[in-house]
Design a protein. Structure first.
Length: 131
């Protein structure tokens, strides 16, 4: 719940409360933002977030990450043995070398496997055209 207190000359004149419900994705991948853009970069930090809120603990998850340019995979990574506690959010960060990649817009794809089956999948774009 969110409470708003309105004061006038240091005295409370009104108080209001409202219920707020926020929705967060259960799984996502994103590049670390850069205020300068991605010009002249050699590496980029990627963050993977697993939202396990409201769920029991999960063990031995596997994360597959692909950074694709069209139908060509430029970065492929598997992260094994991921444990996420009950009702927890887990963030995994990893730095990737992108210096040799052509300047372009890349598709970021991530899949989260639970006992060999895809449990979650997500994708987003990363613009490295000014790299």
């Amino acid at each position: 719940s969110l409470s708003v207190v309105v004061k006038s000359e240091g005295k409370v004149v009104n108080t209001e409360s409202a219920q707020i419900s926020l929705s967060a994705p259960s799984f996502m991948v994103a590049a670390e933002p850069s205020l300068e853009g991605y010009t002249n970069i050699r590496t980029i930090k990627m963050s993977f977030v697993i939202n396990n809120k409201g769920n029991p603990a999960k063990q031995d998850l596997v994360l597959e990450f692909n950074m694709n340019l069209g139908s060509s995979t430029k970065v492929l990574d598997l992260i094994n043995n991921i444990d996420v506690g009950a009702d927890q959010i887990k963030e995994i960060s990893k730095v990737y070398d992108v210096e040799a990649l052509p300047n372009d817009v890349y598709q970021l794809q991530a899949r989260l496997y639970d006992r060999g089956s895809i449990a979650e999948a997500t994708s987003s774009a990363l613009d490295l055209s000014d790299k």
